[in-house]
Design a protein around this ligand. Structure first.
Ligand code: HEM
Length: 211
């Protein structure tokens, strides 16, 4: 038996999971549109994004929607985790939604992180260099991880290509998959719980004296 409060939490989680799927789809579609003109190269990346913003019809709009959808995805996923934590349950559909939600939050953070250097701006370049030194400091795997991300050696076109591939193929496909699994398990959970909803208490029946 579940209370109306729990059911409302579940409904909020359902709405947020629909928002998550929508935001992931918007980010993926606008990402593909950006990729038609984006050049994953040191220097060229900055110029191509500038070109997209100024010369391509609706380029700035699509670019802005991509940025906003990606950022909102992180925010909504984090709120979803709080909502799910408040309504936590011991059932497999909840666990699937919880695990996929956590992985999705991490993936969306990963998408924003891999995009740091994609615009090849001064800010992005220096931010990425600082973050790389943190990655390098990880015991045992630090330097290998750095080489995988950077492509070995200094930051150059190979680095942009590596991060572009991780961002646009691996992580974006992962985000879409996780968002669908998350929504599916939330819907399954809501269906299960609907049948268990406690009926609102009925007012005490008045005793009618029959004389
Ligand atoms: C679920 C899918 C995706 C999400 C959540 C996502 C998210 C993001 C985020 C947060 C940024 C950084 C925006 C900023 O702060 O400036 C970004 C940048 C970028 N994304 Fe995606 N992305 C997705 C899919 C894709 C795909 C499929 C492509 C290309 C095929 C792509 C291409 C790019 C490019 C070129 C940039 C650099 C633009 C810039 O720095 O302003 N993205 N993305």
């Amino acid at each position: 038996m579940i209370s109306t409060y729990d059911f409302r939490l579940r409904r909020t989680a359902t709405i947020l999971s629909v928002a998550i799927v929508t935001l992931s789809a918007i980010a993926a579609i606008t990402g593909v549109l950006i990729s038609f003109y984006y050049e994953p190269a040191a220097g060229g990346a900055y110029q191509s994004l500038k070109w997209i913003n100024t010369e391509i019809t609706n380029g700035l709009l699509i670019h802005t929607i991509h940025d906003r959808a990606g950022t909102l995805l992180i925010g909504v996923s984090l709120i979803q985790m709080v909502v799910m934590f408040l309504g936590r349950q011991f059932r497999s559909s909840w666990l699937t939604a919880w695990v996929s939600g956590i992985l999705l939050t991490l993936t969306s953070i990963g998408l924003a992180w891999t995009a740091i250097i994609l615009d090849w701006s001064q800010e992005g370049y220096w931010r990425f260099r600082i973050e790389l030194s943190t990655i390098e400091a990880i015991p045992l795997i630090g330097s290998t991880l750095r080489d995988v991300l950077v492509g070995g050696g200094a930051l150059n076109t190979t680095t942009v290509e590596h991060l572009y591939t991780i961002h646009s193929y691996l992580l974006s496909a992962g985000a879409i998959l996780l968002a669908v699994v998350h929504l599916w398990s939330i819907l399954k959970q809501e269906k299960e719980m609907k049948g268990e909803l406690v009926a609102p208490e009925l007012p005490a029946q008045k005793e009618v004296e029959l004389t």
